[in-house]
Write a protein that binds this ligand. Structure first.
Ligand code: TRP
Length: 338
C-alpha cells in the first residue's frame, strides 16, 4: 500500500472503553498508517451500533460515542492528519446504504456469517432488519471515500468481500463510480485470549470480564489482572499456543506492546518463572494505556470542545462523501436538482 492510498476503517461505540484487543489488533495500526502518510479516514460507526437492541440505550450510546472519539484522539489519531468523524454526522452513509441494499440479493445478505451468528444469539424476535442490512451500510462507509484499503480483523473479511462485490456490481450496471477496496488484514496480529480462560477469546461477553483488559482501566487493576492470569504448571516460558495458551497469550501481549515478535521474547525468560514475565507484561501495558486513559479523561472534561472537533471532522468527511454520493445518485438515474 503506497503512502497516498486512501484508507478507511470504523469502530463501533459499543463499550465504555476500547479493550486490549481493539487497541493492539486494530487501533494502533490506524495510527501507524496515519503516521506513515496514508490518507486516512476513520469513523466511530454509531449507526452500526444500534443494530442490536441491547445497544439502543440513548444515554449509553451518547456517552460511548464521546468516549470512543476521545480515546481515538488520545491514541494519536490526529484530526488534522486524518479525517476522524462520527458516522451519523454524515448522512451520505445512510443514503448510499439504501442504494446498495437495493443491489444486494436477499440470499446474498443471508449468507453473511456474522449476521447468522448474531441473529442466532438474539433470536428472531429480537433481530432487527438493521442487523441484516449492516454489511451494506459498511460497504457504503467504505465506498463513499473511494477507499483503496481497509484495515480490518479477520472476522470482517466476508463483509469486505461483499463490499468489493457491490462496488463491482454497481460499476458494471451503472458505470464506473466506485473504487474496489482491498482488505488490509493484519496477519501478524496475534489473537488475544481471555486471561482467566486462555482457550476463549478476550471479550466482555466472555465470563465476568476478569479476563480482559480495557484501555481506560485503572493501572492497579490492569496489573492485578495480568498478575492473576491463568498459566500452567510447566514453569518454563515457551511460545506454544496449544500446550501453553496462557503463557503464549502473555508473550503475545508483551510482543504487541513492545513491537517485538512474541517468539523472540522467550529467550529473555530463560531460567525465569512466570512472575517475571507477568511483571513485564503489566508494566508494558500500563505504560501504553495510562497516558491514553489520562488524556481521554481530560478530553471528556470539555465535551463542548470535543463536539467542536467532531463537527470539524464531520465537515471534512462530508466534503469527501458528498460528491461521491452525487455521482452514485446520478449513475442510478435519480434526477439532480441542484
Ligand atoms: N463492522 C466493523 C466491525 O465490527 C466496523 C465497521 C463498520 C467497519 N464500518 C466499517 C470497519 C468500515 C471497516 C470499514 O469491526
Amino acid at each position: 500500500m503506497s503512502s497516498s492510498q486512501r484508507v478507511f476503517s470504523g469502530i463501533q461505540p459499543t463499550a465504555d472503553s476500547f479493550h486490549l484487543g481493539n487497541y493492539f489488533g486494530a487501533l494502533k495500526h490506524w495510527r501507524t498508517m496515519q503516521d506513515a502518510g496514508s490518507d486516512c479516514v476513520y469513523s466511530v460507526v454509531d449507526l452500526h451500533a444500534i443494530t442490536i437492541e441491547s445497544q439502543q440505550d440513548p444515554a449509553q450510546l451518547h456517552r460511548r460515542t464521546l468516549v470512543s472519539y476521545a480515546q481515538l484522539l488520545s491514541m494519536g489519531i490526529d484530526p488534522q492528519k486524518s479525517v476522524l468523524f462520527v458516522q451519523s454526522h454524515v448522512p451520505e452513509h445512510a443514503q448510499l446504504a439504501w442504494v446498495l441494499q437495493c443491489i444486494t440479493g436477499f440470499g446474498e445478505a443471508g449468507r453473511m456469517t456474522q449476521f447468522k451468528d448474531k441473529s442466532g444469539k438474539e433470536g428472531n424476535d429480537h433481530t432487527s432488519v438493521g442487523l441484516f442490512t449492516y454489511p451494506m451500510l459498511m460497504a457504503a462507509d467504505i465506498l463513499l471515500y473511494r477507499t483503496d484499503g481497509v484495515p480490518v480483523g479477520e472476522d470482517q473479511r466476508q463483509h469486505l468481500e461483499l463490499s468489493r462485490n457491490l462496488a463491482q456490481r454497481f460499476n458494471s450496471r451503472f458505470g464506473e463510480t466506485f473504487t474496489v477496496p482491498e482488505p488490509i488484514i493484519q496477519k501478524a496480529t496475534a489473537k488475544f485470549v481471555d486471561l482467566q480462560n486462555p482457550t476463549g477469546k478476550m471479550s466482555k461477553s466472555a465470563g465476568t470480564g476478569g479476563g480482559m483488559i480495557n484501555v481506560l482501566d485503572d493501572p492497579k487493576q490492569i496489573t492485578k489482572r495480568i498478575k492473576s492470569a491463568v498459566t500452567d504448571n510447566e514453569g518454563v516460558v515457551r511460545f506454544d499456543r496449544e500446550t501453553q495458551p496462557g503463557v503464549a497469550n502473555l508473550l503475545s501481549i508483551l510482543g504487541a506492546a513492545t513491537d517485538r515478535d512474541p517468539e523472540s521474547l522467550v529467550a529473555d525468560y530463560e531460567g525465569k518463572g512466570y512472575g517475571a514475565l507477568k511483571t513485564d507484561v503489566a508494566d508494558a501495558v500500563v505504560a501504553e494505556f495510562t497516558p491514553i486513559a489520562e488524556r481521554t479523561r481530560e478530553l471528556l472534561e470539555d465535551p463542548a470542545q470535543l463536539i467542536r472537533t467532531m463537527a470539524d471532522g464531520a465537515h471534512r468527511a462530508r466534503a469527501l462523501a458528498e460528491p461521491v454520493l452525487k455521482d452514485a445518485y446520478e449513475a442510478v438515474g435519480f434526477v439532480g436538482i441542484a
